[in-house]
Write a protein that binds this ligand. Sequence first.
Ligand code: DMJ
Length: 626
Amino acid sequence: MARRSSSSSSSGAWRYLNPAYYLKRPKRLALLFFVFVAATFAFWDRQSLVSEYELACSTSISMHALEGLGPLPLGGPGWLPHLPSLWASTIQWEEYGRMGIVRYFISLDLSQSEISRLENEINQLHGQLRKAGVHLDENPTSDEMSRKDLVEIDPINIDRREKVKDAMLHAWNSYVKYAWGMDELQPRSKNGVNSFGGLGATLVDSLDTLYIMGLKDEFRKARDWVAESLRFDKDYDASVFETTIRVVGGLLSAYDMSGDKVFLDKAKDIADRLLPAWDSTSGIPYNSINLVHGRAHNFGWTNGDSILADSGTEQLEFIALSQRTGDPKYQLKAENVIRQLQKIYPSDGLLPIYINPQSGTASYSTITFGAMGDSFYEYLLKVWIQGNKTESVKHYREMWETSMEGLISLTRRTTPSNYSYICEKNGGSLSDKMDELACFAPGMLALGASGYGPEKAKQIMNLAEELARTCYNFYQTTPTKLAGENYYFHEGQDMNVGTSWNILRPETVESLMYLWRLTGNKTYQDWGWDIFQAFEKNSRIESGYVGLKDVNSGEKDDKMQSFFLAETLKYLYLLFSPPSVISLDEWVFNTEAHPLRIVPVHGSKGDSTDTKTPVVSLGRKQGKQG
Ligand code: DMJ
């Protein structure tokens, strides 16, 4: 019986191979066709994932191998091997220390619309297969789970990042339309203003942001302007600090990303014009210099003194310039400043904001991590990172750690909500005031934490997180949800806005970017998103972005600061990008958010005269507009 039954069922099965069977049953023919298409799709999908993964790994390895060969051939992004199928892929190699296991994360950086389309297609296929009686295993095995872990697609981040990119395009297009080639856009007046002597500050400040966001046409147009129209022979007294962080930093970063030598030549031209500013008795620079005559002086309102932040925030750029040109003169001038300040460094590592350029001594003045002090401390840490944390830059780290003890001594807590904040110091007394500018400090602390032993690192990271919470609340406690310029802390009242303008500053989102990258806590992304939305609501107008004269009333000003494009939007974009986009292991951000490539040391550590031309390639979707 069993045998007959089996043979009859088998002969029944054979009829499914007979085409006539299907010709009489069109629905079954359609079903068969559908199953065939679905199976082909599933097979193809799996194959292309595997091959993209393999290609990505081998490319990454060969790129590293190329780098190891020394200077790369001529500049321009064009020479790089194009990886059309890899525009989307970024790879992060994450080492699991003790276990010694290396995991590969591939984040497919697809656009939101592509993801939605693929998801829809997959869902439709699942549904149709289910209807046809084909049930896929919807409880993935551990193998499939680990594959899912490898392919990270976070639609929320992708959506947020696209919105930030859209904001950049809006800011950029407004600048192009109303202020092309000028320093800054006045969006409400719809014209440009040369607040930095006509150096194209917004354009130069925007170059690397455009590049990172993959806005290639915009980048090329800006590049051509730099090549053809950017001139520095201006009879103008320029700020050495502002010109260095925006123009030298912006050009060097564009060079590091694109490899286009026009940026390096321009950076050298402007830096050569700034150099005489360091010709003081002590080597502490004068903070202003005429770009044609080379006459240097200090601003009238400082009583002849140099400003701490203005004097100690050129090291990253000038060291990078020496590395890339092979000429040590820039590095020598800038590094000498730190050696001079080391001679007068107090035991708490806190220097007043005014330094006399003749004597090289500090004048009686405020101590602060806000305006005029801030980036001096930031650069102590970052030069140590730029120098591959080697012996030759050890004194930067030591000075920085001393200053962090000073910072801790300035930290107090509010009542009733227990927010930490950093006081300012005048003589022997503390003032319960903190600038929003000082909100770079949480990011700096987080970045420097890993250089300590485990216990201290934890303490520093905790402080970073606490201060970030305070800075986020600078935004959340105002009616516009945008922070004022500074805050006062009174017993029982937590925080009150002092100076109430907001000029599109980046410091808080900068810290959120570092904290998210270094802790993996997505809360920081959510906080950054809140701040972005407040900018969209209050600062976006039809012709660009403006600051607010008052964060309580929402009254607008008429300036789109160049750092909004250089810093605020870049940090927000990176906050929603995989950490491998401008990896903190390979890049160090100057204080204007211009990433400078860390030149790796060859063999023995600390070879800071390496002049290798660093070049970075765009990722697939990073390089795609829209
Ligand atoms: C920028 O020019 C830099 O971040 C600088 O260090 C501080 N001020 C602005 C942004 O607020």
